[in-house]
Design a protein around this ligand. Sequence first.
Ligand code: KIV
Length: 279
Amino acid sequence: MSATARQSAPLPTDIRAMKGAAPIVSLTAYTTPMARMMDAHCDFVLVGDSVGMVLHGMRSTVGVTMEMMVMHGQAVARGLDRAMLVIDMPFGSYEEDPRQAMRNASHLMRETGAAAVKLEGGAHMADTIRFLTARGVPVMAHIGLTPQAVGTLGGYKVQGRGAAAKHLSEDAQAVADAGAFAVVLEKIPAALADRITSEIAIPTIGIGASAGCDGQVLVVDDMLGLFTAFKPKFVKRYAQLGADGEAAIAAYAAEVRARAFPAAEHVFADEAPAKAPGA
Ligand code: KIV
């Protein structure tokens, strides 16, 4: 199945132009109903490779494949009318060289209708970002805690403390100079996020960064209280759907065992009820 960009959605250039004008709102989504729920409220929706951990029970994002991203990207696209769709490039789909990145980015955009791709990495990905943007692929960069590199980072630790702050500032500048239209800053000190936001010309999208970033993104299942395996400090739960869902399932199980469900209103009579005249 292929998809084309929706006419009314903002473009990456519109998101870039929001820097300094209005905070940019974003969440992840992996399914059509979730996408529908957030469409009216988000400027862009990210099909994150966090899908591997959130929906597929993986221990990291490293096992996420192109096929998974296409399938979830298509599902999310069906639920969006007005928000822009951004899709993550999964681990191993872009790091080899710019040509591999171009092949896979164009595949993701063609199959899902995403307006842009997101990839992890700073200065070392600048050549690839330049190559993609020169060929019509809008790129959102992602620096700080880059979950695909969890093996080499030694866990999901805060990045950019102390001397490492300078490297992160350089990474931010490098991806902006290479043509990225925005950059995600994940799990870095708030003061550093504020400094990077004031230093670079493209919007910063914070997750575990600072309220001073140009925008924010969260994993939707985290903020709805659906993903409860662990809760990072930077997540605020705006609902407790996981706990509510489990209580509902327990109530259903109890009613089935007590033969209280289904009740009369949930079953069918022998005869169809007569229709009212004119109905
Ligand atoms: O995969 C993901 O969900 C992300 C985030 C920025 C939330 O990359």
